[in-house]
Design a binder for this molecule. Structure first.
Ligand code: HEM
Length: 492
């Protein structure tokens, strides 16, 4: 009997989805249900669907959810609107309290707050990321991870003739790197034993729950959180694992600082700088150097710097596997370098990375909430407290922005006639965000990505496993749903 009821519900759902499907490419706003069924039926391929919808609606589209569900979102890719929201009228468009609540596991770190709290943290993060003591530490850490982590694992895999998931490999590389850069501790997840790392799984679980909170009405997930059941229970467990690890790192660092000799260090991690009371800007000024502040800061860096680079590198190598012409040009460029450490001179590689980020931006969605009403450059009216969404995946595929060949992978797009990198305004190329909240780790990210690309393309060849389907996942970060399975060969 129960099975029959479930079956009937399923059949009715499929029928409703069919009935309410969009016929001209733009979803119809039906009475009571709004555009919900169009969204549900396309959820599995949400980026592709939004690309079609936005192409057909001149890059501006108002999504209306069911009646009483408070799901009204203005989705825009129009560069003039992006520039207005991200820069010109920045103060009217914070991330909003909803964002902070959904990302509660990350506390009040830079990625998760607005206004004065954000401004202070931004100043601090900017100071330390560009600190003269952090720069050498960054260089040493990345090259060490490449030489002692990535190369031995790839050598092992190629000798054994194994098939690996490249996305998992890069995930381990970036996790260990960001952990060392931020806390000074190496998690050791990148090794031939492929160890199970609970901290990494906890980060994945937290992100999965945050995605689900974007889809389920707020009252519902908050009720489940209160009950501590379902995904919310998963989030609670992930939270405990994250806390345990991060607080341990902070305690360890405090202990090390006490025992430290007076010998000045050439390079230091970010946590050391955040704890250093002699820095002109330091946590003692504001938050009594609380462990909670440091915990939220560390987790924000994990959130910003792990999945982003993993995703960018995975799609980059996927695109390379489909474009042997580009791979040959990269090899050609690398052959002119005396050492792989000449990464700054890599113009073509830089263009190819930008092109991969245009087609597969790791942060595929950006959201804002208006404070006051406003009129956008496109003429659209914004009401107070309205959700504004940018879809960067769709933005990289708009003919009006990138031309008729926007679906092609063409690193040349980024290179000027004089042979230098062509600058594209950030409100057109939004992969690193735009305006005052532009990504603070952009240079760091390019450095890491170039170190990996140069090392791999020089020394290895990947062969994609035939029949393995590579598609974007429905997630906040544009990860590959089933990874990218490859066989690795050491170049002669
Ligand atoms: C390919 C790699 C990366 C991409 C595509 C990327 C992209 C972005 C985007 C889109 C944002 C805005 C997010 C939002 O407001 O919700 C952002 C913010 C940020 N990113 Fe990155 N990021 C990358 C790597 C990194 C790395 C390695 C770090 C260093 C830890 C970093 C640090 C930050 C920080 C601190 C912010 C917050 C800025 C603020 O809110 O003022 N990012 N990034």
């Amino acid at each position: 009997m129960e099975l029959l009821v479930i079956f009937m519900i399923f059949v009715s759902f499929v029928f409703l989805c069919y009935l309410f499907r969009n016929k001209n490419g733009i979803p119809t706003n039906w009475p009571i249900v709004g555009m919900l069924f169009a969204l549900l039926v396309n959820l599995h391929q949400v980026h592709v669907w939004l690309t079609e919808v936005l192409e057909k609606s001149d890059m501006n589209f108002l999504f209306k959810g069911p009646w009483l569900a408070n799901m009204k979102m203005f989705i825009t890719l129009d560069p003039a609107n992006v520039h207005h929201i991200m820069s010109k009228n920045f103060t009217n468009y914070p991330k909003g309290t909803k964002f902070n609540e959904m990302f509660d596991v990350f506390g009040d770190g830079i990625v998760n707050v607005d206004s004065d709290m954000w401004m202070f943290q931004r100043k601090m993060a900017h100071t330390f990321i560009s600190h003269p003591k952090f720069h050498p530490f960054l260089q040493d850490t990345v090259w060490e991870k490449v030489e002692k982590g990535l190369i031995p694992v790839l050598d092992h895999v190629s000798k054994q003739g194994l098939v690996i998931d490249l996305q998992d490999l890069f995930n381990r590389f970036t996790l260990d790197t960001i952990c060392t850069l931020v806390t000074g501790c190496d998690l050791g997840s990148l090794s031939i034993d492929w160890p199970h790392v609970p901290f990494s799984n906890a980060l994945d679980d937290a992100m999965e729950v945050i995605l689900y909170r974007h889809i389920v009405p707020m009252r519902v997930w908050k009720f489940f959180r209160w009950l501590g059941v379902g995904s919310e229970n998963k989030c609670k467990k992930a939270w405990e694992i994250l806390d345990e690890f991060v607080y341990k790192c902070i305690a360890k660092k405090r202990e090390e600082e006490k025992q430290k000799s007076m010998k000045p260090q050439v390079g230091v991690d970010l946590l050391t700088l955040y704890m250093d009371e002699s820095q002109p800007i330091n946590v003692t000024n504001v938050t009594s150097a609380s462990d909670k502040f440091l915990r939220d800061t560390i987790l924000s860096f994990f959130l910003a710097g792990r999945d982003t680079i993993t995703t960018a590198l995975s799609w980059f190598f996927y695109l390379l596997s489909k474009n042997p012409r580009v791979e040959s040009k990269i090899r050609e460029e690398l052959s002119t370098m005396e050492t792989v450490h000449d990464y700054q001179k890599l113009i073509y590689v830089h263009g190819a990375l930008c092109e991969a980020l245009r087609l597969y931006p790791p942060v595929a969605f950006e959201q804002k909430a208006s404070i006051e009403s406003d009129i956008l450059p496109s003429g659209h009216q914004v009401d107070p407290n309205m959700q504004i969404i940018f879809n960067m995946y769709a933005m990289g595929r708009m003919k009006a922005i990138w031309g008729e060949d926007c679906y092609e992978f063409k690193p040349e797009r980024w290179i000027s006639e004089g042979g230098s990198i062509r600058h594209e305004p950030s409100y057109k190329f939004l992969a690193f965000n735009a305006g005052p909240r532009t990504c603070l780790g952009k240079n760091m990210a390019f450095f890491q990505m170039k170190a990996v690309v140069a090392t791999i393309v020089r020394n290895y060849t990947f062969q994609a496993v035939e029949g393995h389907h590579v598609v974007p996942d429905v997630s906040l970060i544009l990860r590959m749903k089933h990874g990218f399975m490859v066989k690795v060969y050491r170049s002669p």
